[in-house]
Write a protein that binds this ligand. Sequence first.
Ligand code: PLP
Length: 486
Amino acid sequence: MQFFSTRDQSRRVSASQAIAQGLSEEGGLFVPESFPQVDVKALCGLDYPAMAAAVLREYLTDYDPAFLAGAAAATYGDAFGGKAGYLAPVEGDTWALELWHGPTCAFKDYALQLMPKLLVEAKRNLGRTEKTLILVATSGDTGKAALDGYHDIPGVEIAVFYPTGGTSEIQRLQMATQEGANVAVYAVRGNFDDAQTGVKRVFADKEIAARLAQRNICLSSANSINWGRLAPQIVYYFAAYAQLLKAGKIAFGDEVDFCVPTGNFGDILAGYYAKQMGLPVGRLVCASNQNNVLTDFLRTGVYTARRAFYKTSSPSMDILVSSNLERLLWHVTGSDAEVAGLMDQLNREGSYTVRPETLAAIQGTFACGWSSEEEVAAEICTRWERDGYLCDTHTAVAFHVAGQQKRAGVPMVVLSTASPFKFPRSVLAALGHAAPENDFEAMQALEQATGRTAPASLAGLRQKPERFDAVIDPSQIAEVALGYQA
Ligand SMILES: *Cc1c(COP(=O)(O)O)cnc(C)c1O
């Protein structure tokens, strides 16, 4: 399996190169040259680690299969408390795919606990010995999940950039208290897009790359623009389907719809790959918060990032430029020139419009909707009071949209992307309780109000010393990168 750049199809790389490099040199994203077809029935009979290895093998064809099996077993066992890909019943034929049983309590652990292993192996496959400097722009959850995955990995340094005030206090503390000799964390003035644009600029800067190369340092990314982030996320769509089969809720071949709380379009795009690989996915429902740029795009074909930016109670979805949409555009248009043109327009003018055929093809698979802040709060409350199901703000965005898009007779799986205890003040307030200012007091109050226990990794943050407090401008991200020595 080879990978192309979405903006220049003549740039072909192996899986190891795609993972080691992150982004193509001219700014495009790597996409697989074809969709591998799998024996879905056989996959559904496997446990999670074996299923993960089987899916990864299809894409990472220059990796040793035994390595992939070992890495998947080491990643998806104990660290997920035996609940990797766990499907919880909610009501009727609506289900929650709980993806937050990993070490940082957000779904990003699925990719970021595995990615470091994939990167080290990629370098070995390529015979490369340089130091890898990973730069991460985060709206909250990616940062911690990446820090947790990469800390003390040999031959790797990682620097994380998050928007000041754009994360919850718990998310901030998760990052600021990270241990490890090879980690650094910076608050960036501005919003997530400012941080992401700053990081992307460094990746696109040939002079920075050349100066770092002289010191035997190579830049890489852990954002969901890296193929190594996307591939592991394909697996849990299969896992959800397998559990519905096993429970006798569907017959083999029946369609299942998935509703995904979406920001950078990575998680939902993994569902698209699962569908293209043969999984009977019906519709993929893209759920947005008040930053509903994707809802508008999926309805009209006009993508415009030139709009008001809202800070919401689901900060990991506060995104106006959804990077992974570029991959979908490539798969649907099949034209690197067309994608390059659209992305250039987005850069220069802040918007683009796709052709009617392109929109129609996308709408054939993707439905959409968005939730206001009031609707998110009401959804958290209803789910708890009616179904006894406690969900976080991001998941609530998706539950609300899933309710609008539910098709009779077609099971709906809502991707539950974070533990409710990660956003305790919002969840508590939604349940009608006065929320203490302090996140940890809110966590305790939420435990008392619901009788549920907060994950130990979150409750324990209070005792940990803060290591990082630097605040920088987006333009200083380049200086940070150039400050590294081999
Ligand atoms: C990152 C994140 C999302 C959005 O996922 P994308 O892949 O960026 O679309 C949703 N919910 C939570 C909790 C997240 O951390």
